[in-house]
Design a protein around this ligand. Structure first.
Ligand SMILES: Nc1ncnc2c1ncn2[C@@H]1O[C@H](COP(=O)(O)OP(=O)(O)OP(=O)(O)O)[C@@H](O)[C@H]1O
Ligand SMILES: [Mg+2]
Length: 233
């Protein structure tokens, strides 16, 4: 069994009389430590996949297994614990606490984790050793996103889920952030899933899951992922 299995997942949203199948029989697997890019056009179902994987939403049918646990059978309490202890999230807009320094933002993770990593150590990992005592407003967008990554990583999660993590960043800053995410996987052994509509990101991943109309269209394995700093888009 793979570390993560998404098995024939269907997600139907009901809006009054209308039903929308955001996921329409979606299947893939992810191994521990893999860097995975989920690629697809707007509306393809990428965020829906990530939300179900992260326990923020549940599937209408199908099976989702993470580290031998069937999370598709979890009740609300189990899902809360799962989100708290097992999942790190990185969003397009960094969602930092503006009145806390970079280090204090990362330390927040310690309060909701059983086995947190040291905030200063993780901030060093993302290249912000010298900016720990700055407030978000004193940091660039890319630096703020690296703080957000550090905060997610400091929880020491099983899975780091990133939804368009470079969506709000310029080209070079975006690449620095992607490099940090790639290092988390390749150097630290973390399982990292990045959702994007940017085809160029496929070059940096171990596995690329192409999603279209709520289904997996194709899965590519990349034997020789490129350094994130070298990709062009
Ligand atoms: N809470 C919801 N209620 C109703 N429909 C929804 C909901 N969430 C998503 N959808 C619909 O499900 C489909 C898939 O949405 P999803 O957000 O997963 O797409 P996406 O691939 O992340 O798109 P984007 O690249 O624009 O973020 C879309 O048609 C969307 O309108
Ligand atoms: Mg989305």
């Amino acid at each position: 069994m793979a570390y993560i299995e998404f098995n024939d997942v269907i997600k139907t949203y009901k809006m009054g009389e209308i039903e929308i199948n955001a996921l329409n029989g979606c299947s893939f697997s992810i191994e521990k430590g893999e860097l995975v890019v989920i690629l697809g056009a707007s509306g393809a179902g990428k965020t829906t996949i990530l939300n179900i994987l992260g326990g923020m939403d549940s599937s209408s049918s199908g099976k989702v297994i993470v580290d031998e646990h069937e999370i598709s059978h979890y009740n609300e309490n189990e899902l809360t614990d799962y989100r708290r202890f097992d999942i790190g999230f990185v969003f397009q807009f960094y969602n930092l606490m503006q009145n806390l320094t970079a280090k204090e933002n990362v330390e927040l993770a310690e309060q909701i984790s059983r086995k947190p990593l040291d905030a200063a150590t993780v901030l060093k990992m993302v290249g912000l050793k010298d900016r720990m005592d700055n407030f978000p407003s004193q940091l660039s967008g890319g630096e703020q996103q690296r703080v957000a990554i550090a905060r997610a990583v400091a929880k020491n999660p099983k899975l780091l889920l990133c939804d368009e993590p470079t969506g709000a960043l310029d080209y070079n800053t975006g690449k620095q952030v992607l490099k940090v995410l790639q290092d988390m996987s390749f150097k630290e052994g973390m399982t990292v899933v990045i959702v994007t509509h940017n085809t160029a990101l496929t070059a940096m991943a171990n596995k690329i899951i192409h999603v279209r109309s709520g289904r997996v269209e194709n899965i590519e394995i990349n034997e020789k992922p490129e350094d994130a700093e070298g990709i062009r888009y």
